[in-house]
Design a protein around this ligand. Structure first.
Ligand code: HEC
Ligand code: HEC
Length: 298
């Protein structure tokens, strides 16, 4: 073989092997997932359950990311995390896939092909009860399909490289890190209900145990978030104002918090606000776990 031909072949082969390796290793990590036993809870059809499902979808931010008509959302360049994140049309998805597939995506961070999700915050939904999960699925399946075709999602080579060498965790791994619920529902039912709300609504951004920091700040996509023990400094009234309008005590406009709160939290009932406030305002009495990987040392 002529030397020149050999050089040309090497020039083609070396990058191919490199990219192929990164692709293969990142896919291997994303596909290293085991689904729990399929979700077989009965899916309700009564009006009260559908309304409950809508309430879960609203307060857990499904509309915020998947569109106000669940028509899907192209994050385009809004997020520089994967090359292009696209939240699918949820109403269409819920018609195409069965309850177990939807449950795996929402509570386990595993997509319809058995691959780990990379942007969807399933770690925030890990603790949703079977009843709430079933109501949510019932609502999604009943939602009318709107919207037009969305572009294809793209992971991008730098993110693949991070997954390939284990420098970045996919959502399945984040889900596994969410701590268990701790408040005893028999001894302290109100705080237990509040913990359930906080650990399925606020830990998307306020740290997996709501004691500050999160995926968002770890990946550099937002400001660090405070430990929600800060709520002890809020009156019940100011807390309600914050959740309904996004304005912090003293009428302060915040960043991301002021954007998401008015979209999600005005739907909370008074009792839910009471429960959430009871749980969060008692947090200063509880120790903050140390050496948590998502909470950088200061
Ligand atoms: C912070 C934004 C965000 C929120 C909040 C969110 N999603 Fe997603 N979701 C996404 C993105 C982005 C994807 C695309 C997959 C990926 O990149 O992880 C996705 C994908 C999905 C999928 C498809 C999984 C597959 O098979 O590909 C389902 C189902 C889903 N989301 C359901 C929900 C439900 C139900 C809620 C509310 C409880 C919700 N999502 C809240 C952003 C979000
Ligand atoms: C989508 C991300 C997100 C979610 C979900 C979220 N927060 Fe926040 N929150 C933030 C960020 C970011 C800040 C820091 C200020 C800012 O940049 O907006 C913040 C700040 C706060 C503050 C501090 C206000 C102050 O006085 O400075 C409180 C209290 C708070 N959030 C409560 C909550 C509660 C309670 C929930 C759940 C019901 C919640 N947040 C859900 C992102 C979020």
């Amino acid at each position: 073989m002529r030397p020149i031909l050999l050089i040309v072949m090497m020039l083609i082969a070396v990058p191919l092997i490199g990219f192929g390796g990164v692709y293969g290793m990142s896919e291997a990590r994303l596909r290293d997932m085991k689904r729990n036993a399929p979700f077989e809870w009965p899916i309700p059809t009564d009006t009260a359950s559908l309304e409950r499902g809508r309430h879960i979808a609203r307060t857990r931010g499904c509309f915020g990311c998947h569109g106000q008509q669940l028509e899907g959302w192209d994050f385009g360049e809004q997020w520089d995390w994967p090359e292009r994140a696209v939240a699918p049309n949820l109403a269409a998805y819920a018609r195409d896939y069965d309850a177990a597939t939807i449950e795996a995506a929402v509570r386990q961070g595993i997509d319809r092909n058995g691959r780990a999700l990379t942007s969807m915050p399933s770690y925030n939904f890990r603790h949703l009860t079977d009843d709430d999960m079933a109501a949510l699925i019932a609502f999604l399946k009943s939602a009318p399909v709107a919207g037009k075709k969305l572009p294809k999602a793209k992971l991008g080579w730098s993110v693949r490289w991070d997954f390939a060498r284990g420098a970045e965790m996919h959502i399945g791994q984040w889900v596994a890190l969410v701590p268990p619920l701790r408040v005893d529902p028999v001894k302290d039912p109100q705080r237990a209900r509040g913990e359930y709300l906080a650990m399925t609504m606020c830990n998307e951004c306020h740290g997996l145990d709501v004691r500050g920091e999160s995926l968002y700040s770890v990946i550099g996509a937002g400001r660090p978030t405070p430990d929600l023990a800060i709520v002890a400094a809020y009156s019940r009234e100011d807390f309600e104002t914050l959740l309904e309008t996004g304005l912090a005590s003293g009428g302060r406009e915040l960043g991301l918090m002021s954007l998401v709160a008015p979209d999600r939290f005005p739907d909370l009932a008074d009792e839910e606000l009471d429960d959430l406030y009871a749980f969060l305002s008692a947090l200063p009495n509880e120790p903050v776990p140390e050496n948590v990987m998502w909470r950088p040392e200061n």
